[in-house]
Design a protein around this ligand. Structure first.
Ligand SMILES: Cc1cc2nc3c(=O)[nH]c(=O)nc-3n(C[C@H](O)[C@H](O)[C@H](O)COP(=O)(O)O)c2cc1C
Length: 326
């Protein structure tokens, strides 16, 4: 594991938790932090329009033990993006601008990866945010809008020239969404093209893929998203491998279910039992990946209305793992 200097901030780790809307909330980040003591953690994306009007407490909440925390903002109006960055500055280690989100709802409003098609506006946003805050400003993007318009070289140069201090590249185009595999070689071309730190992202799901991505891309760091779903220890394992070459074992089914319950208890404390358990449905499904009869348990878990019901299902899962009997 290497440190990473971004503007005047010295990060002790170059393995980042990637931002995931509806996932990387304060609870998720605290759980990642338990196993990864140094990793910089991204928030979910926060709409600059929403934030400038009313602060969503759940979205902006962060506990002391989560830091360093990078707050990601989305939007396309430079003055609102600057305003949102200013509001978040007292809480944030760094502000990140979302220019990579591919979902229709976001790109229709000219936000996210739609900004890759409008470098002039993208540059105005970066400049406005850069001028609004004193902390580092980063940007997250993709390789381009589609295969015919991969503009990552011009775009990354523009990002640097507009004043951003770091760039993260997800190695796919917008039109690929999450299909095919991330192209780490092309992310490496961005690294060659700019002098600010470049973080590689996409398809890092293990210690081995983390190592391979760093080797192929030559980047300053990596960011892990979906690989953490159901495996809160992954970033910690990568950190520890990069630091001293030790490959720790992945969590057992028992470890995962213990974490799932801790996750659920924390979400319930944050959101209340009904909303918290509803929010947990997708996570429960990930936590039981790989257990025997996972589909059957998923069916039950997405219907629980009380934490005690989830606890009872987990006990049955553990029993079945031990005995092999239903
Ligand atoms: C459910 C989900 C939500 C996401 N939300 C965001 C987001 O809010 N902002 C962002 O920049 N990227 C978002 N992403 C993209 C991830 O940060 C990351 O770039 C992508 O998943 C590829 O990395 P991975 O293969 O490690 O998951 C999201 C991805 C997923 C799967």
């Amino acid at each position: 594991m290497g440190g990473l200097r971004v503007r005047d901030i010295e990060f002790d780790s170059n393995v980042f938790l990637a931002p995931m809307a509806g996932i990387t909330d304060t609870v998720f980040r605290q759980l990642i932090r338990k196993y990864a003591p140094k990793a910089p953690l991204y928030t979910e994306m926060i709409s600059s329009e929403g934030l400038a009007v009313k602060q969503d407490i759940v979205l902006v909440k962060a506990e002391k033990n989560e830091y360093p925390v990078i707050y990601q903002i989305s939007g396309h109006k430079p003055h609102l993006m600057a305003e949102a960055a200013k509001i978040l500055e007292p809480r944030a280690t760094m502000i990140d601008i979302n220019m990579g989100c591919p979902v229709n709802k976001v790109v229709k409003g000219s936000d996210g990866s739609a900004l890759m098609k409008n470098p002039k506006l993208a540059s105005e946003i970066i400049t406005a945010v850069r001028e609004a805050v004193n902390i580092p400003v980063s940007l997250k993007t993709r390789l381009g809008w589609d295969m015919k318009s991969k503009n990552y070289l011009e775009f990354s140069k523009m990002v640097e020239d507009s004043g951003a201090d770091m760039i993260m590249v997800h190695g796919r185009t917008r039109s690929q969404m999450y299909a095919e595999t991330a192209n780490w070689e092309e992310i490496g071309k961005v690294k060659q093209n700019v002098s600010i730190p470049v973080i590689a992202n996409g398809d890092i799901v293990s210690v081995e893929t983390a190592k391979k991505c760093l080797e192929i891309s030559g980047c300053d760091g990596i960011a892990v998203g979906r690989g953490t779903l159901g495996d809160m220890e992954l970033i910690g394992r990568i950190e520890s491998y990069l630091k001293d070459g030790v490959v720790k074992p992945p969590p057992t089914v028992e470890d995962k279910l213990k974490t799932a319950l801790e996750h659920a208890r924390m979400e319930i404390a944050l959101r209340g039992e009904r909303v918290g358990l509803k929010f947990m449905r997708k996570f429960f499904a990930w936590y039981v990946t790989g257990v025997k009869n996972a589909a059957k348990y998923r069916f039950e878990l997405v219907r629980v209305e009380k934490l005690s019901e989830a606890e009872e299902i987990f006990e049955r899962i553990l029993e079945e793992q031990k005995t092999g009997v239903l």
